[in-house]
Design a protein around this ligand. Structure first.
Ligand code: 13P
Length: 256
């Protein structure tokens, strides 16, 4: 059985106090996680410290701390950047790489993302690698080749061991992010199955079957169960609905 993951992407939201309170609420509820079902909280850099404190206080198994980006360099004269080593100082184990908002607003290229992936793997960290197409691409039905190019350019240089140990893929169609327009369970399943077929072509079916593929884009307490019931959907990367315990906890339960 593949690992399942529900990851929160808080994006640029919440004060430090709100972050601490939300982490506390999540960690003190009955999550029913195990080594196959986990939760990752991807919080703003400035909030890692306080969320890390909550995590060490409550010691809940299978809840991990994540960041939303990092540098592809480990140290040096890179003003304003955050190194994976700094993240590890705060017990951060996971990093979102290639979110569409960073591709769009920070012009992050497939090549830069490839370099970030390599740096994170060199530090034994977990990568939540995002892919997904904009609306125009979906409208002309070229989403498969678009996503294939993103994965090929930034991930497919890895060997099978690096892939299975370090990579979780998140499919996030851009037209579904923050819009309330969720992909239908069939659209999600079709793309996830396509991604798995690409993995299988490159690495073989046994490896492809081990890689978790999460869905992101207006996933919420109402639609999570149906989305996650698809064969190739192994959980979700959650934005808006992860900002409150009462909308996030049901999504964790939908995974379980
Ligand atoms: P929403 O859940 O707010 O649509 O955001 C999804 C997302 O971008 C998670 O990374």
């Amino acid at each position: 059985m593949r690992r399942k993951i529900v990851a929160a992407n808080w994006k640029m939201n919440l004060s430090i106090k709100e972050a601490k309170d939300l982490a506390h609420q999540i960690l003190t509820s009955d999550l029913q996680l195990n080594e196959k079902n986990s939760v990752v909280l991807c919080v703003p850099f400035t909030h890692l410290h306080v969320v890390n404190e909550e995590l060490s206080k409550h010691k809940v198994n299978s809840v991990y701390l994540g960041a939303q980006n990092c540098s592809d360099k480990l140290q040096g004269a890179f003003t304003g950047e955050i190194s994976p080593l700094m993240l590890q100082n705060l017990n951060t184990t996971h990093v979102i790489i290639g979110h569409s908002e960073r591709r769009q607003y920070q012009n992050e290229s497939n090549e830069l993302l490839k370099s970030k992936v390599e740096t994170l793997i060199s530090q034994n960290m977990q990568v939540l690698f995002c892919c997904g197409e904009p609306l125009e691409i979906r409208k002309n039905e070229s989403q498969n080749s678009y996503v294939a190019e993103q994965l090929t350019a930034s991930l497919f240089h890895l060997n099978a061991e690096q892939l299975t140990k370090h990579i979780v893929i998140a499919y996030e169609p851009i037209w579904a992010i923050g819009t309330g327009l969720t992909a239908s369970p069939q659209q999600a399943q079709d793309m996830h199955a396509f991604i798995r077929s690409l993995l299988s072509e490159k690495y073989g079916n046994e490896i492809a079957q081990q890689i978790p593929i999460l869905y992101g884009g207006s996933c919420n307490a109402q639609n999570a169960k149906e989305l996650f019931s698809n064969q190739d959907v192994d959980g979700g990367l959650i934005g808006g609905a992860a900002l409150k315990a009462d909308t996030f906890l049901p999504i964790i339960h939908a995974m379980n």
